[in-house]
Ligand binder design. Sequence first.
Ligand SMILES: Cc1cc2nc3c(=O)[nH]c(=O)nc-3n(C[C@H](O)[C@H](O)[C@H](O)COP(=O)(O)OP(=O)(O)OC[C@H]3O[C@@H](n4cnc5c(N)ncnc54)[C@H](O)[C@@H]3O)c2cc1C
Length: 426
Amino acid sequence: LSERREFDVAVVGASVAGCTAARLLAQRGARVALIEKRPSPDAYKVTCTHAILPPAAPVIARLGLEPLLYERGAIRTGAEIWTPYGGWLELPDGASRGWGVTRRTFDPLLRRLAADTPGVELLAGWALKDVRATGPAVIEVEDGSRRRITIRSRLLVGADGRDSDMARLTRVPGRVLPHNRCFYYAYWKGVKPATDDIRVWLLDPVGGAAHFPNEDGLSMLVAAFTRAQVPEVRADLETHYLRRLTGLPDGIDLRDAERVSKIMGKLEMPNIIRLRSRLGLAFIGDAALATDPLFGAGISFALQTGQWLADATGEALVAGADLEAALRRYRRRLLLRLGAHHWHIAGYSVGRRLNAPERLLCRRAARDPVVREAFSAFFTRERGPQTLARPLVLGRVLVPRPDLTGRQPAGLSSPPEPEIPLKEAA
Ligand SMILES: Cc1cc2nc3c(=O)[nH]c(=O)nc-3n(C[C@H](O)[C@H](O)[C@H](O)COP(=O)(O)OP(=O)(O)OC[C@H]3O[C@@H](n4cnc5c(N)ncnc54)[C@H](O)[C@@H]3O)c2cc1C
């Protein structure tokens, strides 16, 4: 006979999104089961290059994670973006900053914080196996020795990542958009220039490269390729990875650097968004929208959606208000705030070239601080595309100001095309 337990909320997946929602819901007074299939509280996501964008920062602060990250040496990151259309774009002074911290540090800190929150019970080592009902929910979870617990809850939350078991078991479809990139990445020490900024090279259209600084002097160096390049890259991964990193304009100096991990890679990453759901069921994080990682937005989206769900449903759960209305509010907010970003990132992930308006925007943003401010807010996903359509911004995109110059790397008045050695690029 299986054990039976009752909670207000059952959150499946104790990673970024799940831990965020669990902690914030419990702080509102809800009793939360936080169910995680990996037994170790120190488990972390390995397949991630973990740049954390500015919109995540207020959620991190609200969770109480900020002092723990500072104590552990995490970095507040700015950002610089290079495109072949105008060269460098630097985030304006005073722009909000993101975080540079490895998942090895971030995930256990957040999970412990969530597990230590009064009202949260972390069931680590228990996997979701069956969903018998939703609205209210009845689910079955199982541990490594095949013991089962039946959990009943008013609200059921899928925070179980891009290959969501919750979505499969409840038959909630996702809208899938194709993805045509792959990523190879490794940790390094001693990378120059030493910087607190995320540095991203958009090598339109063949992918890109990035340098993400983290705690303990660890740099994450990422090389992105299109899928068509994969056979050639794989035939000599080390050479292609290094050539991509060292062939960048105003690039990365690895002469005194040491690679301190193997080169890791990820191929299958379709863009998925789940707009519909079932009664009493919500998806957050990658289970709600899993987007191409080129722009490093997934962790921020996971933190934001976790917070939005808690804000929308907290009252309904503890004061007995209408839960379905609360869930509709949550889904509407997700769609309004992140829908356009998802479709923009997914649309570019097919490996297309930036179109003429996008190229013009990059050129103007490299020179004009007003355009740069709007571009940065969009690029870091703080604001939606409407910020670029403001009359002041649009006017300065269409009519350039010849008196304005942007920061450019020394000696580069007009940036050269990057060296792209692969056949497909020729
Ligand atoms: C190659 C790559 C690079 C990336 N780089 C970045 C980056 O630079 N910046 C960025 O912001 N994002 C990046 N991302 C995206 C980021 O990793 C995700 O968006 C983020 O981890 C989503 O968090 P989550 O909590 O929704 O899901 P996840 O972190 O995937 O966590 C899901 C959790 O659910 C658990 N789980 C799954 N199934 C079950 C089950 N049946 N029962 C119980 N538990 C279950 C898992 O064990 C896991 O703990 C990258 C992704 C990839 C693939």
